[in-house]
Ligand binder design. Structure first.
Ligand SMILES: Nc1nc2c(ncn2[C@@H]2O[C@H](COP(=O)(O)OP(=O)(O)OP(=O)(O)O)[C@@H](O)[C@H]2O)c(=O)[nH]1
Ligand SMILES: [Mg+2]
Length: 619
C-alpha cells in the first residue's frame, strides 16, 4: 500500500494529536498497516520534535497527524490545527493519544494538558472525540484509567466517545518500522466509532483545505515603553529584540521585527503614540497585519498611570481594530507593570474591577481576554531584561488562550494615523462619562444595599428575639423535667428500701440471734459453774464473788450481741444487764468484763475472761 496524493478528495479526515513521546506516529503507522514510517514522514516515537503536521491519505482517509507536541506554544498551535480541520466542509474525527506513566500508572500530566488546550479551543461547540491510551502496563488498572479519561478530558460540551487501550510493548522501540497491529488492535474500532465533528467556519477565507498550513502570527501593539519587546524576549528566553528605556519615540520606531519562536511568528511593532513618528508606526503596523495570510492574534500592551488607563492606549486599540474589515475581531490586552496595590485592588474590589474593565472596553470594541501583569521590580528601567520563567509562562498561557483570526492582506486597510488625537479625546470623553455613570450607579447600588441590609438586620433581630424566647421556655421545661426525675428517683429509692427491708424477716433474724446468744451464755455458765461453785464455797468461807460471774456472763453476752447483731436490750431482757450486774456486783467487775474475748487466762482457757489482779486479790 502506498500513500496517495493530497489532491485526491478524501472520504474523511482523521486528526490525531499527541504529545512528545506518546507514540502517536507508531500507532498511526500500525493502523494504516503496510505504509512505511518514512513514507508517512511521521516523526519517530520518543522524539520531541514538532514539525507541525504530517498529512497523508491512506485508504481514502486523510490523516492529519500532529505529534511530538510539548510546551504551551506547540499545544496552542496544535489546537489551531484541530480547529482548522474541524472547520472543513466534511469535518473531521478527533483522536487524542495519551499514555500511561510507568511509575504512577496514571495518565501523564503533559498529555492531559494538551487535550485541555485543544478541547477548550472548541469553545462551546459540541465535539465527541476518541482517546487512545497507549503504553498501558499489564498491571495497570484499566477501569481507573477509563475513569481518569472520562473525568478529566472534557468540557461542558465536549467529551470522549470511546477509549482504545494499547499495551506497553517493551521491544517496540527497537523494531524497524515500529508497527504492531496486535498491540494497536483497538485503534481501528475507535477511529471507526468516533463521530465526525465540525466547527462553524470562521469566515469564507479559511473554509476549504489549506487553513491548517497557514502561519501563526502573534502581533504585539502598544505605546513606546509599554513592554512589547520585553515580552517577546521572555517568550524567546533570550534578548532577540532590544528592550529598555528611551526618551524619544521609543527604542523601536523605525522597523518591524519578526521572530519565529516555536513555530509561531512574533511581531514587535513600534509604539504608536508619538506624534512625530505615528505615521511611520501606523504604516509599519499595517504592514505587519497585511504581510501574509495567516492566523493572527492581536495583543495590545497597555500601562496605567495612578490607576488610570492612558487615553493613547485606548485610541491605539480603536484605530488598529478599525482598520480590520472583519466581524468580531478577537484580541487580548496585557495591562503591564501593574503595582501590587493596583493589582490587588482590581482583583479584590468588584467595583474598581468593573470600572477598570469597562474603561478598557469603552471603545467600539471589547474583549474579555485581559491579563493583569504585575510589575517586575528588577525590570524597571532595565536594559534587555528577561522576565522570570513564572511571569513568562503565565503571559504565554494567556496569549495562547486568545482566539486567533484568520486574515489575508486585503482584510486590513491602512491604519490611519490622522485623527489619532480626536479619537483619543473622544475615547477619553467616553471613559469620563462612563466613570461618572458608574459612580452614579454605584451610589444607587450602595443605597439599595444599605436598605437591604437594614431589612436584613430587622429580620435578624426578630429572629434572635424569637430564639431567646424559645430558649427560655426550653430551659423552664428542662428544669421541670429534672425536678420530676429527681422526685422519681427518690421514690424509687424508697420503694427499693421498703422492698429489701421486710419487718417479719428482720424479727425472725433477731429471734434466731437471741437464741444463739442464750445458748452461748448458758454454755459459758455451764463451763463456769464448777469454778463458780468453788468460788461460792470460797465466798461462803468469807470471800467470793458470785455476782462477778453473772457480770461476766452479761459482758460476754453483750460482746456476742455486738458480733451477732443483737442489741444491748436483749441482754437486759434476760435480766442480766450490765447495769444490773454492776448494781448487784462490784464496779471493778465491770472493767474486767470489758477485756477483749480470746485473751488467755493463766490456766490457758482462751474463751474465759479472767479477772485482773484486782479481782484475783478480790477472790
Ligand atoms: N518594572 C517593570 N518594568 C518592565 C516590565 N516590562 C517591561 N519593563 C521595562 O520597561 C522598559 C521598556 O520596555 P520595552 O520592552 O523596551 O518596551 P517596548 O514596548 O518594547 O518599547 P518600544 O520598543 O520603545 O516601543 C524596559 O526598561 C523594561 O525593562 C515589567 O513588567 N515591570
Ligand atoms: Mg520595543
Amino acid at each position: 500500500m502506498t500513500t496517495t496524493s493530497l489532491h485526491q478528495d478524501p472520504k474523511e479526515t482523521v486528526i490525531v494529536i499527541g504529545s512528545a513521546g506518546v507514540g502517536t506516529s507508531t500507532i498511526i503507522n500500525s493502523h494504516v498497516d503496510g505504509v512505511d514510517a518514512t513514507e508517512l514522514s511521521a516523526p519517530a516515537s520518543g522524539s520531541d520534535r514538532f514539525d507541525g503536521l504530517n498529512v497523508f491519505v491512506a485508504k481514502g482517509v486523510e490523516y492529519v497527524v500532529s505529534s511530538g507536541i510539548s510546551g504551551p506554544m506547540k499545544r496552542a498551535h496544535a489546537a489551531h490545527i484541530v480547529c482548522d480541520n474541524l472547520r472543513k466542509p466534511h469535518g473531521a474525527k478527533v483522536i487524542f493519544v495519551v499514555c500511561v506513566d510507568k511509575e504512577t500508572k496514571k495518565l501523564r500530566e503533559s498529555d492531559i494538558s494538551l487535550t485541555h488546550v485543544v478541547v477548550s479551543a472548541f469553545q462551546n461547540a459540541a465535539v465527541e472525540f476518541g482517546v487512545v491510551v497507549n503504553k498501558v502496563p499489564d498491571d495497570a488498572d484499566r477501569s481507573a484509567l477509563r475513569q481518569q479519561v472520562m473525568g478529566t478530558i472534557k468540557t461542558d460540551t465536549c467529551h470522549p466517545k470511546d477509549i482504545a487501550f494499547c499495551p506497553l510493548v517493551p521491544d517496540l522501540a527497537e523494531s524497524k518500522n515500529q508497527s504492531s497491529p496486535t498491540a494497536f488492535a483497538e485503534v481501528a474500532d475507535l477511529i471507526c466509532d468516533t463521530p465526525v465533528a465540525q466547527l462553524e467556519p470562521l469566515d469564507d477565507c479559511v473554509s476549504g483545505g489549506g487553513a491548517a498550513n497557514l502561519p501563526f502570527v502573534n502581533v504585539l501593539i502598544g505605546n513606546p515603553g509599554s513592554g512589547k519587546s520585553t515580552h517577546i524576549n521572555a517568550v524567546a528566553r533570550e534578548c532577540v529584540t532590544k528592550a529598555g528605556v528611551n526618551a524619544g519615540a521609543g527604542i523601536q520606531h523605525n522597523t518591524l521585527l519578526r521572530f519565529p519562536i516555536d513555530g509561531v511568528t512574533w511581531i514587535d511593532t513600534p509604539g504608536l503614540s508619538n506624534i512625530t513618528h505615528w505615521t511611520r508606526a501606523a504604516a509599519l503596523i499595517t504592514e505587519a497585519l497585511q504581510h501574509e495570510k495567516g492566523h493572527y492574534r492581536l495583543i495590545f500592551v497597555v500601562t496605567t498611570n495612578a490607576g488610570r488607563l492612558l487615553s493613547t492606549d485606548l485610541a491605539i486599540m480603536t484605530i488598529v481594530l478599525n482598520a480590520i474589515h472583519k466581524k468580531d475581531v478577537p484580541y487580548g490586552i496585557i495591562v503591564n507593570k501593574l503595582s501590587k496595590r493596583l493589582h490587588s485592588l482590581i482583583l479584590n474590589d468588584a467595583d474598581f474591577c468593573n470600572e477598570f474593565v469597562c474603561s478598557l472596553n469603552s471603545g467600539p470594541y471589547s474583549t474579555k481576554d485581559i491579563f493583569l501583569a504585575l510589575e517586575v521590580d528588577d525590570a524597571r528601567d532595565a536594559e534587555d531584561y528577561i522576565l522570570p520563567d513564572v511571569a513568562m509562562k503565565s503571559v504565554l498561557e494567556f496569549i495562547n488562550g486568545i482566539p486567533s483570526i484568520t486574515m489575508q492582506p486585503n482584510d486590513v486597510s491602512a491604519i490611519s494615523a490622522t485623527g489619532f488625537d480626536e479619537q483619543e479625546s473622544r475615547l477619553m470623553a467616553v471613559v469620563d462619562k462612563m466613570i461618572a455613570e458608574n459612580a452614579k450607579e454605584r451610589e444607587k447600588m450602595h443605597k439599595m444595599h444599605e436598605e437591604a441590609m437594614e431589612q436584613q438586620r430587622e429580620t435578624f433581630k426578630r429572629l434572635l428575639d424569637d430564639l431567646k424566647r424559645q430558649r427560655k421556655e426550653a430551659e423552664r421545661q428542662l428544669e421541670g423535667a429534672i425536678q420530676k426525675a429527681d422526685e422519681r428517683q427518690t421514690l424509687q429509692k424508697q420503694i427499693k428500701e421498703m422492698e429489701t427491708c421486710k419487718p417479719e424477716q428482720q424479727q425472725q433474724q433477731q429471734q434466731q440471734d437471741l437464741v444463739k446468744i442464750l445458748e452461748f451464755v448458758w454454755e459459758k455458765i455451764a463451763e463456769e459453774l464448777p469454778r463458780e461453785q468453788k468460788r461460792y464455797e470460797n465466798y461462803q468461807r468469807g470471800s467470793g464473788c458470785f455476782a462477778g460471774s453473772v457480770v461476766k456472763a452479761a459482758t460476754l453476752m453483750q460482746q456476742q450481741a455486738t458480733r451477732g447483731g443483737a442489741r444491748h436490750d436483749d441482754a437486759a431482757a434476760l435480766g442480766l444487764g450490765l447495769e444490773a450486774g454492776a448494781t448487784r456486783g462490784h464496779s471493778r467487775d465491770l472493767q474486767i468484763g470489758a477485756l477483749p474475748v480470746g485473751e488467755n487466762d493463766a490456766t490457758g482457757n482462751s474463751d474465759v475472761v479472767q479477772p485482773d489482779h484486782g479481782d484475783e486479790n478480790l477472790c
